[in-house]
Design a protein around this ligand. Structure first.
Ligand code: FAD
Length: 300
């Protein structure tokens, strides 16, 4: 295991994100993706957390298994939505006892209340409060989320969104971004953070499109602009999954290349528990199994 801040210091890093599966079939898909991506020797991998604790055990078990049984370093995501301070403390101290070093501290989205049920009580509202708690409970390396195209709840108040992001990142070690499709929003956000004297590494999150309607839904939820030209190209082949993936990989490869040329501190791939698209992008970028291509490129 390694601290992600240390990896970033000698970076660039490359990393993969997974989510806890719900079914046995989905579990097999995750196992296959892990086995196929491990040979790429990622700097680290991360496992998402269901806000409100819906994946509390599963996130923990997958993170523990990756750290125990594979050569990869796993980071646990944790959200404060739907948790009391005591519950969060129990989860974090449990991780500390097991030697976990890296936590991505998130607000999470409050559980939907369309059924009329009361959401579970939560003591914290914002990720910064969780960052503070994690820091107070151990020598963790702490990451946070960043939204290049503004957080959906920031209601268009760009300056306030950036001020809060800067304050959050100043208290953390690094950030990983929501996905986006052109470099401009990412580069602008990094500049806006630098204007606020915050230069901690912000790793761009990359989502290769493998399913058009799924990515459109994700983009809507996360506030990421889905370019009309890309949507048009993808809709034209929407019933041919191989063609969708081919275009998704081509577009993501170009984005990664542009980001690397701009000197990003790393690349974080949203794998959706599948390995093919990520492996294809990786090969297109000419990266060796040890990430040598990436390091050589950015240190040139
Ligand atoms: C890389 C990445 C990984 C993610 N992983 C998960 C996951 O595993 N599980 C999951 O459920 N979700 C995950 N999310 C989604 C995330 O939980 C949601 O985007 C959530 O809505 C916001 O989380 P945050 O940590 O960015 O929140 P915050 O940083 O708390 O910000 C949320 C909103 O509150 C505002 N705000 C912050 N502080 C204040 C303040 N003091 N006063 C007023 N307003 C304030 C911010 O400007 C923003 O609009 C992830 C997102 C990213 C980018």
């Amino acid at each position: 295991m390694a601290r992600i801040a240390d990896l970033l210091a000698v970076g660039p890093t490359f990393s993969f994100e997974f989510f806890p599966p719900r079914t046995e079939e989905a579990e097999r898909a995750l196992e296959q993706a892990l086995a196929e991506l491990e040979p790429l020797r990622p700097s680290f991998v991360s496992v998402t957390y269901g806000a409100g604790g819906s994946t509390r055990e599963r996130t923990h078990d997958i993170v523990a298994r990756i750290n125990r049984d594979t050569s990869m370093t796993a980071m646990a995501h944790l959200t404060c939505a739907g948790h009391t301070r005591a519950e969060l403390t129990e989860i974090i101290t449990g991780y500390r006892a097991e030697g976990l070093e890296n936590i991505l501290a998130l607000a999470g989205d409050p559980p939907s209340t369309t059924t009329g049920e009361q959401p579970p009580p939560a003591d914290f509202r914002y990720a910064t409060e969780l960052v503070e708690l994690v820091r107070s409970l151990g020598h963790f390396c702490v990451g946070v989320a960043a939204h290049p195209e503004l957080h959906p709840r920031s209601a268009g108040d760009r300056a306030a969104d950036r001020d809060r992001l800067a304050a959050k990142l100043a208290a953390a070690d690094f950030a990983i971004t929501q996905f986006f499709f052109t470099t401009e929003p990412y580069l602008r956000m990094v500049e806006e953070l630098a204007d606020r004297d915050v230069t901690a590494p912000v790793i761009p999150g990359v989502m290769p499109v493998t399913n058009v309607s799924q990515v459109e839904r994700f983009a809507q939820l996360s506030g990421s602009a889905f370019p009309a030209e890309l949507a048009e190209r993808l809709h034209a082949v929407a019933d041919r999954p191989d063609d969708v993936r081919r275009i998704g990989v081509e577009v993501a490869t170009k984005l990664c290349q542009d980001l690397l040329d701009a000197g990003v501190p790393g690349l974080h791939f949203y794998t959706l528990n599948r390995s093919t698209a990520t492996r294809e992008i990786y090969a297109n970028l000419g990266l060796g199994a040890d990430g040598a291509g990436l390091s050589a490129r950015n240190h040139a």
